[in-house]
Design a protein around this ligand. Structure first.
Ligand SMILES: [Zn+2]
Length: 164
């Protein structure tokens, strides 16, 4: 079993504590990414979506229990699974973003698949001086010139870990 930490960074101006709308462990926040088959190296053409509130049973050959995604490789037919592990993520805050450090927001336990190419889908939130803002990061940045709020240079990576 392999674990991947999803880490993000970016520049925050006029806001702080960037995270999915209901927090990093928001049960209904869609985490979107492509998956690379660990058997043949093929990368899925479409983005896969996982969220904590959506579970599927593990294929019988892997044992009992639930995971968040079961996906078959289109090239070699190998079946892989992804399970989200909550309770370890933190919001991206001004201090970490400013110096370019990455902050881990979610951990994925993967079997046969490796997550690649994270996409900032769903609704995110961040705290401005005056209020809590709901923001759309699907274009890779967010600008509200009236409120002087800017979220730019967003980057994400998956870090492979043996344990967490
Ligand atoms: Zn494959």
């Amino acid at each position: 079993m392999v674990y991947f930490a999803l880490k993000i960074t970016g520049n925050l101006a006029g806001v702080d504590n960037l995270q999915p709308r209901g927090g990093v462990d928001d049960p209904d926040h869609p985490y979107l990414f492509k998956l690379q088959c660990e058997n043949c190296g093929e990368i899925s053409g479409k983005f896969s979506c996982v969220m904590l509130s959506e579970e599927v049973p593990l294929p019988r050959v892997y044992g009992k229990g639930n995971v968040n995604l079961v996906q078959k490789c289109k090239l070699c037919d190998r079946v892989g699974t992804v399970k989200m592990i909550s309770g370890f993520g933190k919001p991206l805050n001004h201090t970490s973003g400013e110096c370019g450090r990455y902050v881990g927001i979610m951990i994925f336990e993967c079997h046969g698949l490796a997550p690649v190419e994270f996409s900032f889908g769903g609704v995110w939130k961040a705290q401005s001086r005056k209020k809590l803002l709901e923001i759309d990061l699907s274009k890779g940045e967010f600008n509200d010139f009236n409120e002087r709020v800017h979220v730019t240079d967003l980057k994400a990576k998956f870090e492979r870990m043996k344990t967490f």
